[in-house]
Each structure stands twice: as structure tokens, then as C-alpha cells.
Design a protein around this ligand. Structure first.
Ligand SMILES: O=P(O)(O)OP(=O)(O)OP(=O)(O)OC[C@H]1O[C@@H](n2cnc3c(O)ncnc32)[C@H](O)[C@@H]1O
Ligand SMILES: [Mg+2]
Length: 209
């Protein structure tokens, strides 16, 4: 169902600082008044779904209901062809929760290392193709919702390279590029990323032209 967003405050329903930065940058040209789940003190819902769509909807509905505002959530992850699409919807779960300089966080190097370990076990000629998926879900307090899916193809590289981006970016080389997502400036990532792909579909359907 389509319900164009106009003049309403939008909750960015993520607790991931890297995603929040990217979604805020993608939204910036549209002059939408945004507030993050963190700023509103919303709890981080348990992601009990088995698909990106289920989890994105779960996060968007939870935030829309709690804040009584429309909410935009993102569920995303990396799928590796030779690993039958893993870690996929469990991409975040492959990073163990750790404390870094007194702050809770996830160990992305360890998570990427787990992928590399499995690929190495498969042998030196293993197919390293992989892709990032992103599902953006928008939900309203009355229960209406819509989902948009995006994808970007690439190769899993090791060792990780680059300091920009977040999560698995240092190990992902998008098709047609030599640099990893963590070596490309944000504008370049935003031209081709799974998130930008999903976002373009959201804009086409939900934003007032
Ligand atoms: O659920 P929220 O609060 O939004 O934050 P999260 O980090 O838990 O997010 P997900 O449940 O969607 O897990 C997806 C993981 O996939 C990884 N990921 C998704 N998009 C990525 C991107 O653009 N670059 C690098 N890694 C990405 C990243 O490690 C995320 O934590
Ligand atoms: Mg999550």
C-alpha cells in the first residue's frame, strides 16, 4: 500500500550508528524531519524473524507503535555464495558482543574472520562471490507498512581494507571496483549500495514528488 510521506516526523528505527549515518545522508536531500530510535530512547527489539523482510517489519512496527510516528527500519546482511547464503539474516549475530573502551559493541573483525575461515576451509580456488541485501521497511502507528529490497553484488576479500563505512565493509569489494566499501568515500558507496538501491525504491513510492 502506498501512503506518501509529507511533513511528518520520521523515526529512523536502528541502533546501528553506521546505518543511521547512511540513512540520514540518503534522506538529507528530502528535507524530512528525522529522529533516531536512540534519541527517543526506544528499546532494541529482538530480531526473531528468519528473513530480512520479517525483521525489518518487526523493527519498523515496534518503533512506530512506541513513538506514535512513522518509522523506517533496515534489516540487512551479507550472503556468501559458497556458504549457501550464510551469514545472511544472521550477519550481525556472527559478531560476538564485546566491550570496547568501556562501550558495548560487536566484534566485526571476528565476524568477517569467521566468513574467511569457512572460505579458506573450502580451498584456495573457492568462489568468493557474495552480496549485501537490504530491506527497508516503513510502518505507521496504525499498522500500515511497506517494504523495499535492495542488493549489491561483490567479492569477499581478505585481509580487510579501509576505515570508512561500518560492519563488513572492509571485506567487501563491489563488482566493477577494486576498492572495498570501507575504502570508497560515502558518496561512492551511496551510488551503488544495497541500502541505496532499496532507498531509491522507497523514494519513488513514498516521497512526495
Ligand atoms: O538492527 P539494527 O538496530 O538496525 O542494527 P544491526 O546492526 O543489528 O543491523 P541488522 O540486524 O540489520 O544486521 C545487519 C548487519 O549486516 C552488516 N551490514 C549491513 N549493511 C552493511 C553495510 O552497508 N556495510 C557493512 N556491513 C553491513 C552489519 O554488520 C550489520 O550489523
Ligand atoms: Mg539488528
Amino acid at each position: 500500500m502506498t501512503r506518501k510521506l509529507a511533513g511528518e516526523r520520521l523515526v529512523i528505527a536502528t541502533h546501528n550508528a553506521g546505518k543511521l549515518k547512511e540513512i540520514s545522508a540518503l534522506l538529507a536531500p528530502y528535507g524530512i524531519d528525522c529522529v533516531s530510535a536512540g534519541e527517543l530512547g526506544l528499546p532494541e527489539p529482538e530480531e526473531t524473524g528468519t528473513t530480512f523482510v520479517e525483521n525489518a517489519l518487526l523493527k519498523a512496527h515496534a518503533a512506530a507503535k512506541a513513538a506514535n510516528l512513522p518509522a523506517l527500519a533496515d534489516d540487512s546482511g551479507m550472503s556468501v555464495t559458497a556458504l549457501a547464503g550464510r551469514p545472511g539474516v544472521y550477519t550481525a549475530d556472527w559478531a560476538e558482543r564485546q566491550w570496547f573502551e568501556g562501550e558495548p559493541g560487536r566484534d566485526w573483525f571476528m565476524a568477517m574472520g569467521k566468513v574467511e575461515g569457512l572460505l579458506t576451509q573450502l580451498g584456495p580456488d573457492t568462489d568468493r562471490s557474495c552480496w549485501f541485501s537490504c530491506v527497508l521497511a516503513i510502518a505507521w502507528p496504525d499498522g500500515e507498512s511497506a517494504v523495499y529490497e535492495g542488493r549489491v553484488e561483490g567479492q569477499f576479500t581478505w585481509p580487510p581494507r579501509g576505515t570508512m563505512g561500518f560492519g563488513y565493509d572492509p571485506a567487501f569489494v563491489p563488482a566493477g571496483h577494486d576498492e572495498t566499501f570501507a575504502e570508497l568515500p560515502p558518496e561512492a558507496k551511496h551510488r551503488i549500495s544495497h541500502r541505496a538501491d532499496a532507498f531509491a525504491k522507497l523514494v519513488a513510492e513514498q516521497f512526495q514528488q
